[in-house]
Ligand binder design. Structure first.
Ligand code: UT7
Length: 360
């Protein structure tokens, strides 16, 4: 029994923050950001990540041709949940009108979607569930410090989702590899959130500890190793892959991974130029856009590979099924947005500038 992706969908908030706007309040330039990362713009959400997730999932369920409430497990991969008790997955489940399905959050940073897909595969193969919704969703811009140019330029908001169903056509997840090396974990860490009482916090709530060079150093070998392991478990080689959909962190990382695998650059899908790094959302968002662009054909073999906070690394090989068109479209939309991206960012920026001016 295979675990086949039968539906896919994305939800990106409408407010666009371009590098040209970043230049107006940060010591950076479009040229630096575009050259070092490939990123030109990112989205800033006016709604919580539960709403982003709900719309992406509803669109994926419509694409699969099933009702919004017709699933028996929902996995929500995120590092920026709107709430922790109960988990955000249960709020998405509620919004979709489902009662009774299993619902869980999984936080493995940017590897969240690949971990979620591998978990869905195991749950389906073992007969525990038969239709699993896997969502990758983030609203990381709410925890960014907009005075920190090394990290604030990188991330954006969005969500992507797939529906994974039991099938016997030979399509499905052919192999996966999941790992975490906690030793360099502090190179990408947000401390003092979660259970730390407010009066005991050592820092601002925007305390992203980030060593981009260190993460970069681990990212390329981590993604390459995970890819080779997943390929070996699939009984395939890199030459068998029709499309690589990598985690969209940085174009230089994607290109280095492509060279080392190696895979022809024409077989690598990127959209980070328009969304920045959307962490757990990046692969399902890119997969959905690859399908919309006609880059996936029936029976294609796809490779997903990612790295992220932890530091985690992960890869999965998927054989696509027969259908590359949506069965139906969803009528779900986000609440309308009346603010510009800059207006959405401005209150946090003001608070953060004051925080730093006060020497905190
Ligand atoms: O998905 C998981 C999360 N993603 C990541 O962690 C991303 C991994 N890392 C990266 O993508 C890259 O390391 C970055 C894009 C974050 C940084 O690129 P880099 O080529 O490693 O730059 P760098 O950190 O070595 O900095 C080079 C210079 C420094 O100045 P000096 O010390 O050479 O004078 C920085 O201060 O660039 C400076 N710099 C900037 N300049 C203009 C850093 N950020 C900026 C900026 N604008 N936004």
């Amino acid at each position: 029994m295979g675990a086949v992706i039968t539906g896919w969908g994305k939800c990106v908030p409408p407010a666009v923050l371009g590098n040209d706007v970043l230049e107006t309040f940060m010591d950076t330039s479009d040229e630096w950001v575009a050259t070092r990362t490939g990123i030109r713009e990112r989205r800033i959400s006016h709604v919580g990540m539960v709403e982003l997730s709900t719309v992406a999932a509803a669109r994926a369920l419509a694409a699969a041709g099933v009702a919004e409430d017709d699933f028996d497990c929902l996995i929500l991969a995120t590092a920026s949940a709107d709430l922790h008790i109960p988990n955000a997955a249960s709020r998405v489940q509620l919004a979709l009108g489902n009662r009774g399905a299993a619902a869980l959050d999984t936080n493995v940073g940017c590897c969240g979607f690949v971990y979620g897909l591998a978990m869905a595969n195991g749950l389906i193969e073992s007969g525990v569930h038969s239709r699993v919704v896997v969502i990758g969703a983030e609203r990381l811009t709410t925890i960014l410090d907009w005075t920190q140019r090394d990290s604030a330029i990188l991330f954006g908001d969005g969500a992507g989702a797939v529906v994974v169903e039991a099938g016997s056509s030979g399509a499905g997840v052919l192999g996966a590899f999941l790992a975490c090396d906690p030793v360099p974990g502090e190179s990408l860490m947000v401390a003092d959130l979660g259970n730390t009482p407010a009066h005991q916090r050592r820092s601002s709530p925007y305390n992203l500890s980030f060593d981009g060079r260190e993460v970069f150093r681990h990212a390329v070998p981590g993604m390459v190793k995970a890819s080779h392991q997943a390929l070996a478990r699939s009984g395939l080689s890199i030459a068998d892959i029709d499309l690589l959909v990598p985690h969209q962190a940085n174009l230089r990382i994607v290109e280095a991974v492509g060279k080392k695998l190696p895979i022809d650059s024409a077989k690598v899908f990127t959209n980070l130029q328009r969304y920045g790094n959307t962490s757990a959302a990046s692969i399902p968002l890119a997969l959905t856009e690859a399908l919309e662009a006609g880059r996936v054909a029936p029976g294609d073999r796809l490779l997903f590979t990612a790295f992220g906070a932890g530091l985690t690394s992960a890869a999965a090989v998927v054989r696509w099924g027969e259908r590359t068109e949506r069965v139906a479209d969803s009528g779900r939309e986000l609440h309308p947005c009346t603010l510009s991206a800059m207006e959405l960012v401005a209150p946090a920026l003001k608070f953060q500038r004051q925080w730093h001016q006060n020497g905190q």
